[in-house]
Design a protein around this ligand. Structure first.
Ligand SMILES: CC(C)(COP(=O)(O)OP(=O)(O)OC[C@H]1O[C@@H](n2cnc3c(N)ncnc32)[C@H](O)[C@@H]1OP(=O)(O)O)[C@@H](O)C(=O)NCCC(=O)NCCS
Length: 180
């Protein structure tokens, strides 16, 4: 693993260029835009429908009910010199592999791709995960998602060889990183 470069800030994290902070209701439109931008290979239930579902109110309800578990949960990412969200990054419960290890997740607006932001944000989250005592993290990623696989590789995630076959949306690979 690379050296930890994130620092803790209130309920969030800081890195050289980024601030990672908890969600507020005002982030509903941002979260809906992420859904609207999702790749057509993402399963339909996780993309915005033609008639605009989930709605802004649905997104607000999700934010109001969101519990940041496991620590530090999912955090909204902003540039330090700006207050507009560009993505999110953090930990979710490992639902697919059921290993019990937290799962790393990240997603950024297309306008911010290609600047190393996902790698930088994820490094801060991985450092925090190690500080709070998580021993391993997992990640699930579709085999066609080269950008995500590149980010995960830089963070020390390795392919476990486990995969969920999906001829429609692409196989999901299970990756794992040891933190200590
Ligand atoms: C995956 C994602 C978060 C990456 O965000 P990002 O800020 O652009 O990532 P970074 O800039 O830190 O790193 C991306 C790396 O992938 C590389 N990359 C991107 N697209 C690529 C492609 N099609 N082929 C090969 N490499 C590619 C970039 O060159 C970069 O590597 P480098 O730094 O060595 O040049 C972003 O593409 C995204 O939000 N995708 C949709 C959501 C998603 O897939 N989330 C992950 C689910 S597992």
């Amino acid at each position: 693993m690379g050296r930890a470069r994130g620092t803790q800030e209130h309920d969030g994290l800081r890195s050289e260029r980024l601030r990672l902070r908890p969600w507020t209701v005002a982030d509903a439109a941002f979260r809906r835009r992420l859904w609207a931008e999702r790749d057509p290979r993402v399963p339909a239930g996780r993309r915005l429908t033609a008639d605009g579902s989930p709605s802004l109110a649905d997104m607000e309800a999700w934010i109001l009910g969101y519990e940041p578990e496991p620590t530090p949960g999912l955090l909204v990412v902003e540039l330090v010199e700006d207050e507009a969200p560009i993505g999110y990054c953090g930990l979710v419960r490992d639902s697919v592999a059921r290993s019990g290890d937290p799962e790393l997740a990240f997603e950024f607006l297309r306008t911010s791709w290609g600047h190393g932001y996902a790698t930088e944000a994820a490094r801060a989250v991985v450092a925090r995960a190690a500080e709070v005592g998580h021993e391993h993290l997992v990640a699930t990623v579709r085999e066609w998602n080269t950008a995500s696989l590149t980010v995960l590789g830089k963070l020390g995630f390795v392919d476990t060889g486990e995969r969920e076959h999906d001829p429609v949306h692409g196989d999901s690979l299970l990756l794992r990183a040891r933190l200590r």
